[in-house]
Design a protein around this ligand. Sequence first.
Ligand SMILES: Nc1ncnc2c1ncn2[C@@H]1O[C@H](COP(=O)(O)OP(=O)(O)OP(=O)(O)O)[C@@H](O)[C@H]1O
Ligand SMILES: [Mg+2]
Length: 416
Amino acid sequence: MANACGVDFGTSNSTVGWVRPGHPVMLELEDGKATLPSVVFFNAEDEEVTFGRAALAEYLAGYEGRLMRSMKSLLGTSLIDGQTEVGGRALPFRTLLSQFIGEVKRRAEQSAGRQFTSAVFGRPVHFIDDSRENDQLAEDTLAEVARSVGFKDIAFQFEPIAAAFDYESQISREELVLIADIGGGTSDFSLVRLSPERAKKTERRDDILANGGVHIGGTDFDKYLSLSSVMPLLGYGSRLRNNSEVPSSYFFNLATWHTINQAYTKKMWTQLSDLLRDSAEQEKLGRLQKLIDQRAGHWLAMKSEEGKIALSDAPKVTLELDRLSPAVTLELCRAQFDDAIGHLVGSVESTVLSLLRDAGVAPADVDTVFFTGGSSGVRMLRERIGALVPSARKVEGDLFGSIGAGLALDAVRKFG
Ligand SMILES: Nc1ncnc2c1ncn2[C@@H]1O[C@H](COP(=O)(O)OP(=O)(O)OP(=O)(O)O)[C@@H](O)[C@H]1O
Ligand SMILES: [Mg+2]
């Protein structure tokens, strides 16, 4: 039985793995499921905090309060020192983060029937692109949060390396593998030499040829799908009577998971009321005002996300935006989505190409691409990554469990 667990605090979903003989590695965190959506709802009516699917359900049921999603995206940015207001009181984001990680720990312990004081936490290759300092700050903040909820010994592991350990536990011969972990907030890659023999070594530095990552993930796909297809219904890109364009900040805040609550401030409301008077397309801005009044920003973001996920299976989907007033039935098609996220996919491709270059590995030498993370469901992304290493075998892992399972294996190496 391992002394420590592996904690995958994800932008969208969190999991905990723990290695013990005769039991599945992934611990149940909510309703028998191994994932706990990384969501907190602070219910202002009864001053209670709920987590995961239950938090989403309370918010959608219309309780007064604040919903937080994509909290991981705050790490390493100045926003982390900020707060949101709930029922007239300030709620610091750090407190929310501690409440969430504390809850993950409690649930894992309940499920395991023991306490955990040591853990390997996953981290993206870059929390923050292009700033080593802020990236370190993000890791330090996560470590602080973990300590504040009772973890004493904390180690970090790159999320794609954790995925590699999980894949390695399933193979029977040596392979040069490109690991692709396309999550909610980041796309992370590593190029690793894996084999059952190598798995037994404690020091794996020589087997890791390169790591790379970029701060692009499913929440960005939601954002650009929303900006291209949903936000125009609320007046994005529309004109005022003096022919100037309505400022885009409302729409960017509402289309970005971790800034939705910023659209609800009094200042924004006053500005918006003035804009509405001057609008040349009052019906659209009126929708925006009503949406903000109902605090339905997360509902709308969930609808965009639902549409995006449905487009992984069908070339066309219909979204019933029945909480908009007037209501809208919106048709989405895959080509339009691919177009909206094309620039992001281009950056992900560049990340893979520079990883191969850094490692001095020819694309033809890669034996396997291993896909994990929910956003590897996005077809165009998977196809374009696959095309960069055309002769490699494509393997799809457990999209939501590989990182947690790999971190649990790493916890055995690090803490016994
Ligand atoms: N079938 C699907 N097609 C496309 N996207 C999907 C699908 N299923 C889930 N997603 C997206 O996957 C993302 C969540 O994936 P995952 O749980 O791997 O992320 P995470 O681990 O929380 O994030 P990160 O590792 O970046 O911190 C969400 O953006 C979700 O909308
Ligand atoms: Mg992840």
